[in-house]
Design a protein around this ligand. Structure first.
Ligand code: PSU
Ligand code: MN
Length: 284
């Protein structure tokens, strides 16, 4: 089984394409021989695996909360419908016994964190949750170097899939290296088994998957849009959990949909790799 995150659907991708993408992600997992389980909160119930109507409620519903791990209990008590972030999805997946999970990019340390203290709860959640997360690094809107330091401090495993470089979400290379490189899904499955055998499976193992050179966003365009988006966020006083959706939306507008195509491409690629890892782990 492969757990799938729902905040990327509800808050990370524009409507109405997000619903089509949500279905495509699930199909990508099935085509590799694994079972997708999109995780979300539906009318106050934590659901592991959604039917098509529930997927639609999360993608297109009027009042879908962005829920990190700390929000789940209150949202359940209120009977809310909500999308789960990486932190919340990882927590639920681990409790449901699902060991592999796919997303787009992790949350991390924001650029002004020295002043704002804005660091995603994804990091601390992954420090205490034994799942394998497949992602395209962290969003380029973040302070990547600081995020890498925090991953190290928190004891979160990190390996590049067919790469020695830490990807920059829309970009193939963030300019930073990863400590380990793995070259097959079997190798990841073998590392996961070793973690269990050594009783070192208390934190997550993050496997980063990079786009090919010709699939990434044009780096010059990326740099321009990023500077504009960060300035707009500061100008409009965007803070807290609204920062990430705001910046992603600016990207999608300012690149006339190109960042959206890249985003979809990388999420699908991550879903396929997560499925391969889940299949390899199940075959051991
Ligand atoms: N990556 C994406 N799109 C997203 C996110 C990540 O490609 O929408 C979401 C994830 O759910 C991640 C969250 O857990 O952003 C982090 O938000 P914050 O920085 O507020 O913790
Ligand atoms: Mn934050």
């Amino acid at each position: 089984m492969v757990a799938l995150e729902s905040t990327i659907i509800a808050h990370g991708l524009p409507r109405p394409e997000n619903l089509r993408v949500a279905r495509e992600i699930e199909d990508a997992v099935r085509m590799r021989g694994a079972v997708p389980a999109t995780i979300a909160l539906i009318d106050g119930t934590v659901r592991v695996g959604l039917d098509d109507g529930e997927l639609e409620a999360v993608a297109l519903g009027a009042d879908v909360r962005k829920c990190s791990a700390r929000d789940l209990a209150i949202a359940v008590a209120r009977g809310a419908t909500g999308a789960t972030t990486v932190a919340a999805t990882a927590a639920v997946a681990a409790r449901a016994g699902i060991g592999v999970f796919a997303t787009g990019g992790l949350g991390g340390v924001h650029r002004e964190a020295r002043d704002t203290w804005d660091e995603s709860a994804d990091l601390v959640a992954l420090a205490r949750t034994p799942v394998c997360v497949v992602c395209a690094g962290v969003k380029s809107i973040l302070d990547v170097a600081a995020t890498l330091e925090r991953l190290e401090t928190l004891g979160i495993g990190l390996a590049g899939y067919h790469t020695d470089r830490f990807p920059g979400f829309y970009l193939r290379d963030s300019g930073h290296a990863v400590p380990w490189r793995v070259d097959s899904a079997e190798e990841v499955a073998s590392a996961l088994a070793a973690r269990r055998a050594l009783a070192l499976d208390t934190a997550a193992l993050v496997v980063v998957n990079a786009l090919a050179e010709d699939e990434q966003l044009d780096p010059a365009l990326h740099e321009r849009v990023l500077a504009d988006a960060l300035a707009a966020a500061a100008r409009e006083g965007i803070a807290g959990r609204d920062v990430t959706p705001f910046l992603l939306a600016r990207f999608h507008e300012a690149t006339a949909g190109e960042s959206l195509r890249v985003n979809v491409r990388l999420v699908l690629s991550n879903a396929r790799l997560a499925a391969d890892i889940a299949v390899a782990a199940a075959a051991r």
